[in-house]
Design a protein around this ligand. Structure first.
Ligand SMILES: [Zn+2]
Length: 250
């Protein structure tokens, strides 16, 4: 069981993990706890999203959308890698989670079943931190390197603070009973890895790797050199040894 972090603690864990942050004006007073009468927490997981739009900061941090008042996440993550703090309280991001999927994150299971509505539902806004990552979500819009690197750091910052494993990091599509598809799309690169498709499993693997290092760690971006082919002399020597072995009747 983990109580939600204070505003200042949220800032300090993100900074320690090397995340560039901004504070959306008024974010310290913006949450959905009072309005709904449902206090945020205890928290048990992180839920990752794509915004399915551009210039979505004000929508996520404050304005919300028709039928869904803001804030729509705790953190908005821009393409530049800048994380803007939107709320430290209850936010409208998760909707209903399938109980079977949620339980797998709660228990930090190594696999996560497809969300089944028949297993029951939980209010995801009670129990999860939400990150809205700016991307069109059309399958071609790319998450730049700086954005994905910050995404891994933010997820790791929560896990490190609460003592959770990377199996506490989920995708909206992995919990939603409302047909959500986010997040998805190509990632430019990460560490020494070139372009790849975003997946929850890859994010969890990258968060797990981060958690094996100190918070200030950065992944190497140097591609290791390919092994050198043997020189002509080395090949001749190897051939001579084989001939000698054959002559001995080996
Ligand atoms: Zn979402």
């Amino acid at each position: 069981m983990a109580a939600p972090l204070s505003h200042d603690r949220l800032i300090s864990i993100l900074k320690a993990e090397g995340v560039k942050i901004a504070e959306y004006p008024g974010w310290r007073d913006r949450e959905r706890d009072d309005e709904t009468g449902k206090p945020f927490g205890p928290v048990h997981m992180i839920l990752n999203h794509h915004t399915a739009g551009t210039n979505s900061l004000a929508t996520v941090a404050k304005n919300g959308v028709a039928g869904l008042p803001g804030p729509l996440a705790h953190i908005h993550l821009a393409k530049s890698g800048l994380a803007t703090l939107c709320s430290a309280g209850r936010a409208n991001h998760a909707g209903a989670m399938a109980k079977n999927a949620y339980t797998s994150f709660l228990n930090e299971a190594s696999t996560h079943p497809a969300p089944a509505k028949t297993s029951g539902t939980v209010d995801g806004n009670d129990v999860s931190y939400g990150i809205e990552t700016e991307n069109l979500g059309n399958g071609t819009d790319v998450y730049p390197r700086a954005q994905y690197d910050a995404w891994v750091r933010i997820n790791a910052a929560f896990c490190r603070e609460f003592g959770w494993s990377a199996n506490s990091c989920g995708d909206h599509k992995e919990t939603s009973v409302e047909g959500k598809i986010d997040p998805k799309g190509p990632v430019e690169s990460y560490g020494t890895r070139g372009r790849f498709a975003y997946s929850g499993n890859q994010l969890r693997a990258d968060v797990a790797e981060r958690l094996r290092h100190v918070a200030s760690w950065s992944p190497s971006t140097t591609v290791p050199p390919a092994p050198k082919p043997p020189t002509t002399d080395e090949r001749i020597t190897a051939l001579e040894k084989r001939v000698a072995a054959l002559e001995k009747g080996a």
